[in-house]
Design a protein around this ligand. Structure first.
Ligand code: ASP
Length: 303
């Protein structure tokens, strides 16, 4: 079982063209199906999660990797986290500027170092040691360049999308594989116009990302400061573990708590039996999962 998200935000049927909606649904479906196929063929939850998050990082439709938003200095600073529910090990990177796929760097921190969270230059050293690809800032900013040149933006990127502080496009995935292993990962460019050096919730284990076999895997998107303060991903796991809530009840309970604080965002999760949950308190959240009939559902709004 697999659930992916491509960010929650103020996208609505009124401010998003039918063409753009169609493109996003197609992209989400394609990426989801690639990961789902992997799991069907016996791939590990870790490999499936890393693959789908990488595909979303490579797409300019999401605020992660190539599509990352810029900070107040017009620069890219990306955050990502990766957690293995089987071992409880986790890795994360914050403020990285040149790594093409921050999610793979997060996994490399988990697998190649004794640490959990690595920052900037040190994180990039681990990525280099792991043989990961690096890109210049032109790669991450190329969507803007296309716009400036007045070229047709063939990838469907809407330049106005990245300007709003209320549109979040972080990506994430949660998976359960055939061996009962859970994995979660999240990757983001953070919030548009964030202060230089600001780190959001995405690379914080227990805030945006958490996985524990037999219990739950969680990835979130939204106003990161609230998600850190509320330890959202761990809170969901704790509600299920200590109080016996179902995954749906736990996600909804935490969203209601965020709601009261005026915090906006969305959450995806899968429990130890493969039951999915995907809820948000924004106008929309890019997401994809399998419905009860086994059909891939790629959704944007409350439909
Ligand atoms: N949670 C991310 C952050 O605060 C933003 C997002 O979800 O789009 O950095």
């Amino acid at each position: 079982m697999l659930v992916i998200h491509g960010g929650a935000g103020s996208m609505s049927p009124e401010n998003m063209s039918a063409e753009k909606q169609q493109i996003v649904r197609e992209v989400l479906t394609k990426i989801f199906d690639a990961g789902y196929q992997m799991l069907e063929s016996g791939a590990s939850a870790m490999d499936a999660v890393e693959t789908v998050v990488k595909l979303m990082e490579d797409s300019p439709h999401f605020n992660a990797g190539r599509g990352s938003v810029t900070n107040a200095a017009g620069k890219i600073e990306m955050d990502a986290a990766f957690m293995d529910g089987k071992t409880g090990l986790a890795g994360a990177v914050a403020g990285v500027k040149r790594i093409k796929n921050p999610v793979s760097a997060a996994r490399a921190v988990m697998e190649r170092t004794p640490h959990v969270l690595m920052l900037g230059e040190g994180a990039e050293m681990v990525a280099r040691e792991a043989g990961l690809e690096f890109k210049s800032s032109a790669y991450f900013l190329n969507k803007t360049k296309d716009g400036e040149k007045g070229q047709k933006i063939t990838d469907g990127w809407d330049p106005s999308y990245e300007l709003s502080p209320h549109k979040y496009g972080t990506v994430g995935a949660v998976a359960l594989d055939k061996n009962g292993n859970l994995c979660a990962a999240t990757s983001t460019g953070g919030m548009q116009n964030k202060r230089i050096g600001r780190v959001g919730d995405s690379p914080i284990i227990g805030a945006s990302t958490y996985a524990r076999n037999g219990l739950v895997a969680v990835s979130t998107t939204g106003h990161g400061e609230f998600f850190i303060r509320n330890a959202v991903a761990f809170d969901i796991a704790a509600l299920m573990d200590y109080k016996g809530l179902t995954v749906e009840e736990a996600v909804k309970t935490v969203l209601a708590k965020l709601d009261k604080q005026g915090a906006q965002g969305g959450i995806i999760a899968i429990d130890g039996q493969g039951r999915p949950a995907a809820f948000f308190n924004t106008r929309g959240m890019y997401r994809a999962f399998k419905d009860a009939s086994g059909k891939t559902r790629a959704l944007i709004f409350n439909d």
